[in-house]
Design a protein around this ligand. Structure first.
Ligand code: NIG
Ligand code: FE
Length: 418
């Protein structure tokens, strides 16, 4: 691959600086006006003002890409998705609009368990085709790294089917995919009358097997009303940790259960959702290294009023991140710019805070901040460019995709009107 020189970045948001970002530091985007980036193979070789970079000897010989005044930032890092699922749940969407709640639908056999039923019957090739189409959409929306969970299989064969697909897709598709084992998404139908046996199966067999085979980096639990208790979640995440799987947790989405405290106790990489946390939880999270990953797409899609307390978390000094939670039940979007719009208008994050929470902080939660999440010498050339005049216009123009160009590890994977 020849070296590549990217110019025409009217605002180049580098996100350079301390990792992770807390408090006021979330507003610091490290902007270079009229910036340029020199790329050698998959990495950034130089970055700075255009006048300086163009004079480098390597730059003169490089292939040129002129972004014609676009706003340029690190590719989004989406640290919470459920990429592998067989179909939409549009029927439940309509039932909720008519007044049914997410939990009522789940109790009647809908929700996660209905996706599980369909996924178990789906062929790997059908699941893969859908996942590739969605990965391509992530790329056209400026996302270059995702995390994805298993969790719609909930029997060994089907969970393995998902984790194997994730590992194939990571190899074959340009996007980087970090895998998380979510065997503890809900208690599957077969174990409904004996949940402890399912927990034991996870702890004694599946988690060690996943860890041993290197099929996941992280272990997650849906620790909430109607899913797993704090005591069960502790056992599951501890088993993961014993095998080298770093804990993440679905916490405090439906009820305040103590899941956020568990995340702190177990030094989880991330605690996600957090809509129902209280003031003491916020203080404790602020003193920890757990990334508080807010998922405003869920509140929007479920039509709920109480978004996560982003302002209080940031002002208290917590590490805040944002993710899509792309899944068929609560958040069927893969657009990080839509998530930024929701974060700004519904949770009162500033556009700068939202961008930091969508790049370097989630990269930290994925333990990938040495290569992703900011544009600095030595890091991956993972770059997104938007058709806007100012970075604040990325959330401002809500509901449209203005991403014009995406580069992943030095390769152009999306380009529009360039
Ligand atoms: O993050 N809360 C648990 N898991 C998903 C929902 C999954 C589903 O409804 O299919 C979430 O919101
Ligand atoms: Fe989720």
């Amino acid at each position: 691959m020849p070296d590549c020189l990217i110019t025409g970045c009217s605002q180049l948001l580098t996100l350079r600086g301390p990792v992770p970002r807390r408090g006021k530091a979330l507003r610091n985007l490290g902007i270079i006006p009229d910036g340029a980036i020199l790329i050698h193979e998959d990495r950034i070789a130089a970055i700075g003002p255009h006048r300086r970079i163009e004079k480098l000897r390597q730059a003169r010989r490089a292939e040129k890409i002129d972004l014609a005044g676009r706003v340029v930032l690190p590719g989004f890092v989406d640290s919470h998705t459920h990429l592998i699922f067989p179909n939409s749940r549009a029927k439940e969407y309509e039932e909720r609009i008519a007044g049914a709640s997410y939990e009522e639908i789940a109790k009647k056999g809908g929700g996660i368990r209905s996706t599980v039923d369909t996924l178990r019957r789906a062929t790997p090739s059908a699941l893969k085709k859908r996942a590739i189409a969605n990965l391509n959409l992530f790329a056209t929306h400026g996302t270059t790294t995702i995390e994805s969970k298993s969790g719609y299989g909930l029997d060994w064969k089907s969970e393995l089917k998902i984790l194997t697909l994730l590992s194939e897709l990571h190899q074959e598709h340009p996007l980087d995919i970090h895998s998380t084992f979510l065997g503890a998404h809900v208690v599957p139908r077969e174990y409904r009358s004996r949940p402890e046996s399912y927990v034991k199966l996870l702890v004694d067999r599946w988690i060690p097997a996943v860890a041993m085979a290197g099929l996941a980096e992280f272990c997650d639990v849906f620790c909430d009303r109607g899913a797993f208790t704090v005591a069960q979640s502790r056992k599951i995440l501890a088993a993961g940790r014993a095998g080298g799987l770093v804990p993440r947790i679905h916490a405090e989405q439906l009820a305040n259960t103590g899941a956020a405290r568990l995340a702190i106790e177990l030094q989880a990489a991330s605690a996600d959702h957090l809509e129902k946390i209280n003031a003491a939880d916020i203080r404790a999270l602020a003193l920890s290294n757990v990334v508080c990953t807010l998922l405003p797409g869920c509140c929007f899609h479920l039509g709920l009023r109480d978004y996560g307390p982003a302002r209080k978390l940031i002002d208290s000094g917590a590490i805040v991140g944002l993710a899509t939670d792309f899944n068929p039940g609560t958040s069927p979007t893969l657009s990080m710019s839509m998530i930024l719009s929701l974060a700004c208008t519904q949770m009162r994050m500033t556009p700068a805070e939202a961008i930091t929470a969508a790049t370097i902080n989630p990269a930290y939660s994925l333990r990938a901040h040495d290569r992703a999440g900011s544009l600095e010498v030595g890091k991956y050339a993972d770059i997104a460019a938007f058709d806007v005049a100012d970075y604040r216009e990325i959330p401002y123009y809500f509901g449209v995709n203005l991403c014009a160009f995406t580069m992943k590890r030095g390769a152009v994977i999306h380009s529009k009107n360039l």
